[in-house]
Design a protein. Structure first.
Length: 240
């Protein structure tokens, strides 16, 4: 068995598609959140985010090695140990998510789920002002966490001397041959991509949400979805 580090496959295709699709959907939902005219886009981004998180929760149980929660979710002691080593510029090189990154992932999934759930309740006409404030607060917290995550990835890439962004694009990192995964789960990735593509194709072609999600009498939404960015919703009328 080889003990020399080489290029190995770590991230399967579904995990990579989830990562970048989630980033795109959150960005899109944020940018379209303050305009009535872009309500359909906002809802399509939001429901896509919801579906992606649901997929990731399942894939975290049945996916390939480094996609599984059991592989990278650790307790507080492991997280503190990793952060201490990082602070002392003695980073522990490993394959897959590090303990601190795992915390960010769990928080992002939780905040994303909460944001999407409250958005769905608002779109289906089951919300009041209090829930709208919760929706905005969750979205803002997620935005802050995304910013922290990006900075942490940059810092980790420098300290570990690994391009973590490129690894999440290609799926490959440096490691021992035995650490690599055997399959990129391409078939599952293609099904995920097809589901997202079909959802968006239907929505854009018909100008309606698929499956009547959050639909009112107009087939788009029962209520207007307010801004996920506090303070911006008051300007909705300027876009009409």
């Amino acid at each position: 068995m080889s003990t020399t580090a080489q290029r190995i496959l770590v991230w399967d295709l579904p995990t990579r598609l989830f990562h970048w699709s989630l980033a795109l959907c959150f960005t899109g939902a944020w940018l379209t959140s303050d305009s009535e005219r872009q309500q359909l886009l906002h809802l399509l981004f939001g429901y896509s985010l919801f579906g992606l998180i649901a997929f990731r929760l399942v894939w975290g149980l049945v996916g390939t090695r480094y996609a599984r929660f059991a592989q990278f979710v650790r307790g507080p002691r492991a997280v503190l140990h990793y952060l201490r080593a990082l602070w002392q510029r003695r980073p522990e090189n490993g394959v897959g998510h590090n303990p601190a990154g795992a915390v960010a992932i769990v928080l992002l999934l939780g905040l994303g789920f909460g944001t999407a759930l409250t958005g769905w309740l608002m779109a289906s006409g089951r919300a009041g002002d209090a829930l709208e404030e919760v929706h905005e607060a969750l979205a803002t917290a997620m935005l802050v966490l995304v910013g922290v995550h990006v900075l942490a990835v940059i810092a980790s890439s420098v300290l570990h001397r690994r391009n973590l962004v490129r690894a999440m694009v290609t799926g490959y990192q440096q490691g021992l041959p035995a650490q690599g995964i055997r399959s990129a789960a391409v078939a599952v990735g293609l099904v995920l991509a097809a589901a997202l593509g079909g959802f968006w194709a239907y929505g854009l072609a018909t100008q309606r949400l698929p499956f009547g999600l959050g639909a009112g009498s107009d087939g788009v939404a029962g209520v207007a979805v307010s801004s996920a960015n506090p303070g911006r919703g008051d300007r909705d009328g300027d876009d009409d």
